[in-house]
Ligand binder design. Structure first.
Ligand code: GLA
Length: 387
């Protein structure tokens, strides 16, 4: 990357190196935007960047993943960053969104930056490549310009950039996980209060296997925002009868008690997913603490069923992957992970069974769907950092 950096940006001074992981959510899916718990970990795959500060107030960006057809970097004056770009090279909207949000928060840019990015996160797979590039970019500016932005703020600024600049109304989970991840731990995050704790990810002889359905999650923007609206409507209906600030304030019993308040049966199913998933996330983190991996696995499986039947964000390919995994001896649990509508499943698999898992799921998935799955084994990693 150093050689390419020098070729693209010139050799005036040595760049510094940064890395941000992606994330996989173990359980607690579609609960972050409803004020509930999530339980993700940062993974071994991610995005590396080389960056240096320059005296001109100009941002120059280049990606080894997306800019193969360009031999010059993307370039823009800081004062010209107003709204997201359309057309080609739209990946730059993530770093530009960060610059725009930092300016909004009063950070002063007494110069610009040249940044080269290179990632090994599969694109569109729901492993948070967008959160990774956002948090990485905050980290870069924080270090190069002495802004001193801590990890929680970096996550919040990144979420704001995605909500306001890119236009995806995501919750805080992805940015928080890639910013605040800790090696060998998962993060239990309360998305209402941002209170968090680390749980040792003690899986014994088991491995975390991510299986990419290779169905790109293209609908995720519009369908995601629709699910959020449906939950908001259910919340508004219940708030007429009970004082709560978010759906995940409710227990399953309370949701049941107030279910007649929710006018639209579809919205009730959406709410039922959020409330039941919140309870599952808490139970699962406790099961892990108590060393009860089998309980953890059963809760992962139940999470998939709820995302399939109540929240309806799986696609047939993800359902095939999960069902195949459930049948294989040595699989502790398996579920879709991330926003849904394509992307990946996450499975906890006994070390000895990993090979047969990959062989069997791979072959049968191809037979049933005509698509090839990709498999990644990952550990849990630290959050975004200078390397
Ligand atoms: C996407 C969003 C997150 C979260 C998940 C679903 O990854 O970016 O905020 O809502 O979907 O759990």
């Amino acid at each position: 990357m150093k050689e390419i950096f020098a070729k693209i940006f010139g050799q005036s001074s040595q760049p510094e190196a940064f890395f941000s992981p992606g994330r996989v959510n173990l359980i607690g899916e579609h609960t972050d935007h409803e004020g509930g718990y999530v339980f993700p970990c940062a993974i071994d795959f991610g995005i590396t960047a080389l960056a240096r500060k320059i005296s001109d107030r100009i941002i120059r960006l280049h990606s080894l993943n997306f800019d193969k057809d360009y031999n010059a970097p993307f370039e823009i004056a800081i004062d010209e960053i107003n709204e997201k770009l359309t057309g080609s090279r739209t990946w730059v909207n993530y770093p530009l969104g960060i610059v725009s949000i930092l300016i909004k928060h009063g950070y002063k840019f007494d110069g610009g930056a040249e940044i080269l990015y290179s990632g090994n996160l599969p694109d569109g797979a729901g492993l948070s490549s967008s959160a990774a590039i956002e948090v990485l970019t905050v980290k870069i500016f924080s270090e190069l310009f002495g802004f001193n932005i801590d990890g929680v703020k970096a996550a919040l600024f990144s979420q704001q950039a995605e909500n306001e600049f890119v236009g995806m109304h995501c919750g805080i989970m992805d940015q928080f996980a890639v910013s605040m991840g800790k090696k060998n731990h998962a993060v239990l995050l309360n998305c209402s209060t941002l209170d968090y704790s680390y749980a040792p990810l003690e899986l014994g002889t088991c491995k975390i296997i991510i299986t990419n359905s290779n169905v790109p999650h293209s609908l995720v923007g519009s369908e995601y925002n629709l699910r959020r609206q449906q939950c908001e409507q259910a919340l508004a209906d219940i708030q007429k009868a009970k004082e709560i600030s978010c759906l995940c304030d409710l227990s399953m019993n309370e949701l049941d008690e107030y279910s007649s308040c929710v006018k639209d049966p579809v919205n009730l199913r959406r709410a039922r997913h959020a409330v039941s998933e919140n309870a599952r996330a808490l139970r699962a983190s406790e099961a892990l603490k108590a060393g009860d991996l089998n309980m953890f696995g059963r809760l992962m499986n139940a999470s998939h069923v709820s995302l399939r039947d109540d929240y309806q964000v799986t696609v047939p390919e993800l359902d095939v992957l999960a069902s195949l995994a459930w049948e294989i001896p040595g699989v502790i649990g398996s579920r879709m992970t991330g926003g849904g509508f394509g992307g990946c499943t996450v499975s906890i698999v006994e070390g000895e069974a990993v090979k047969s898992f990959i062989d069997k799921v791979g072959a049968e998935y191809e037979k049933q769907t005509g698509r090839k799955a990709s498999f990644y084994e990952t550990g849990s990693n630290d959050g975004a950092r200078r390397i």
